[in-house]
Design a binder for this molecule. Structure first.
Ligand code: MG
Length: 157
């Protein structure tokens, strides 16, 4: 199975779909270029085919799901993850791993989308009993930010 399929299967299990990623990437890049959804989707698939992206994404989802199942051995850490403690920050650091592949535009876009939280990112960030998306919201933001960076560089080259 292609890495992008593995990633999309995991994302779908968590209620995130390719269209949601397209919407977030369009939010960032839309003001600079009139671009088709299918073009954005192709850029996103390319990003999801990268080994480093797959590894970060699967680790993030694993951390969220273990938290939901009450399976952290360190319950104090589990509480910090479950409540998305403002000073936790490891979720963002894992997401930087994706942005770092795509350069400075990906990093600045990530900071911006993490602040505004459009579409699915806002939904993932809503507090719901028994649900943990502490790591996933940042991964989704990082993938969208990376796609926007790729599109910016393709337009500029
Ligand atoms: Mg987070």
């Amino acid at each position: 199975m292609r890495r992008s399929e593995v990633c999309l299967n995991a994302l779908n299990r968590r209620g995130v779909y390719l269209e949601d990623l397209v919407e977030c990437a369009r939010f960032l890049h839309g003001p600079y270029e009139d671009i088709k959804d299918t073009t954005i989707a192709a850029v996103l698939i390319d990003i999801l085919d990268k080994r480093e992206v797959e590894n970060a994404l699967l680790c993030a989802i694993e951390m969220d799901e273990l938290c939901e199942k009450d399976q952290y051995s360190d319950k104090s850490l589990q509480e910090r993850v479950l409540h998305d403690d403002g000073l936790f920050g490891v979720d963002e650091v894992l997401a930087y791993g994706i942005c770092n592949i795509y350069g400075s535009i990906a990093l600045t876009n990530f900071g911006y989308i993490d602040k505004i939280k459009p579409g699915i990112i806002g939904k993932l960030n809503e507090k719901k009993e028994g649900v943990c998306n502490t790591f996933l919201d940042d991964i989704v933001g990082a993938i969208a930010a990376s796609a926007a960076s790729r599109m910016a560089h393709e337009k500029g080259s």
